[in-house]
Design a protein around this ligand. Structure first.
Ligand code: CU
Length: 196
């Protein structure tokens, strides 16, 4: 067996152990290496949010994330999927920190399956930004009449209520910072991380 095949086999074995949830290296019988202890609460959790346009939610000019509040347990690793229907841009400046992905386990996010670390400032429609968790996910503009999907994985090491905010000026008023930008349930909400 060549080296890369060995590594593949080892990876497969550990995947099986993780999937089973209760396996050990000894039970697997394929290795004499001591079992690496997994963090007790390394629970994989999936969450999803949808971004509706104001037209869709019945309040023109007021796009919204729904649900705007979700809960996950402390210690979990969350894969968040955000499906956006919004084909309107809310450009940032290219020097804005919010064009960059941060806080994810890979350092990137998947946009329609493609890993990116930044989104072109002119192409940003929204962001999902959680300062208390160091998370920023820029959401690109969706194709007209279609959707764009942003997927990212991050850890939730501490419990508490963490507010999120869209940092792209997608709201009302001359600056785009009014209306939905300052109203919970639209471009603001929270992530509630429950203590284990
Ligand atoms: Cu927004």
């Amino acid at each position: 067996m060549n080296r890369s095949l060995l590594i593949k086999t080892a990876l497969l074995s550990s995947t099986v152990i993780l999937a089973a949830g209760c396996g050990t290296a000894a039970a697997n019988g394929s290795s004499s290496t001591p079992a690496v202890s997994q963090p007790a609460a390394a629970v994989a959790t999936a969450r999803s949010m949808t971004i509706l346009t104001g037209k869709m939610d019945g309040k023109p000019g007021w796009p919204e994330f729904t649900p705007s509040v979700w809960t996950a347990p402390q210690g979990s690793t969350v894969t968040l999927t955000i499906v956006s229907h919004d084909d309107g841009t809310a450009p940032l400046t290219s020097s804005s920190p919010y064009v960059k992905v941060s806080g994810t386990t890979t350092g990137s996010e998947l946009v329609d399956g493609q890993a990116v670390t930044t989104v072109n400032a002119q192409n940003v429609a929204h962001t999902f930004t959680v300062p208390g968790l160091g998370i920023n996910l820029p959401i690109p503009v969706a194709p007209t009449g279609g959707t764009i999907t942003v997927k990212a994985t991050f850890k939730l090491p501490k419990s508490g209520t963490f507010n999120w905010q869209c940092e792209a000026p997608c709201g009302t008023g001359s600056t785009g910072w009014g209306g939905p930008m300052i109203t919970p349930g639209y471009m603001e909400g929270s992530v509630n991380v429950t203590a284990q």
